[in-house]
Design a protein around this ligand. Sequence first.
Ligand code: SAH
Length: 366
Amino acid sequence: MTGADRRDTPLAAHIKARIVRDGPITVAQYIKACLQDPQHGYYAKRGIGQDFVTAPEISQVFGELIGLWAVVVWQQMGQPRPIVLVELGPGNGTMMRDMLRAARGAPDFLRTAEVCLVETSASLAARQLELLRDAGVPLHAYSSIDDVPPGATIVIGNEFLDALPAHQYVRSQAAWHERTVGLGGDGGLQFGFGSPAPADVLRRFPDAREGDIVQVHHEFEEIAAWMEKCAANAPIAALFIDYGHTASASGDTLEAVRAHRHEHPLTSPGEADLTVHVDFESMARDFGGRGTLGVDGPLTQAEFLGALGIAERASRLMSANPAQANAIEMGVQRLMAPQAMGTRFKAVGIRSRGLPALPGLTTERP
Ligand code: SAH
């Protein structure tokens, strides 16, 4: 695909020089450079809310419900002490702040929680520590999940998975090839295709046709391996909320957003947010295919928040803050909107097999 209105960002110059030196890069390498480059990457410079807005920034009720969810999960685990509370990609830190505020109703939980913030962006990590400084719990900052200390663990990640570098593959007549970013005749960035894809891509998308594009988050397998390692020694539960599709399907979902507008993914390297939809069917296989982990969901965000009692919590909050009632109601409506956030976003739980189904993530109704 051409047609990118290409801007001369500082990162574009770096990427082009790299391609001239080493040849085309994979889409996954392109995404990683755009989002995580320590100097020119998107998250090195931008805060959450400047180009796109996430659920915790829309309504405090979101993080509060997830805080209460974490308390119930801890109780289901048998109240292990300490409990390691890990957030992957905390952005501005807003969700953890709201979670911890709601968890004040469970002082035993707060007394024993060790909060671990896993963040690749140095500037966002600093922002998170600043916001959470007075939260009254021990805070630890890491740049990789592998550094999180072992123990009973609850992991949460909102819009984290979609920010991980996904590989894209293009189906040709006989085989899959990795989608790449190289240089066009005019010297601008351009998509192409390179090496043959690993064999499991064919297995994941048996019905794809010539010309189809699919994406695979190979990093999910690393997170699953980490969780499995943890589960061997202590209970672990994770909640991921992200947008994506419940069943594996082909179709290019690489998207760029800058200043709340969509643009071509090659237009503004490092200055637009890039995301790839989460393929929850593949994800369930990556995690659930392991003997020690079980998968609950995915359910839509509206179903999940509904099951956690969003309506009741919002109305209590509105009665306590009549001046903000309108804003609270609007925020909650946005999180729950059918055909929008309420259904595009899904919640999925992963847990040690010995634990009961995670709260709000079972379709069985009592
Ligand atoms: N959870 C926040 C932010 C979502 S944006 C919210 O809902 O508002 C994605 C976040 O993940 C950013 O903080 C980004 O810097 C971080 N991130 C991206 N890749 C990461 C990785 N590999 N490891 C840790 N954090 C990462």
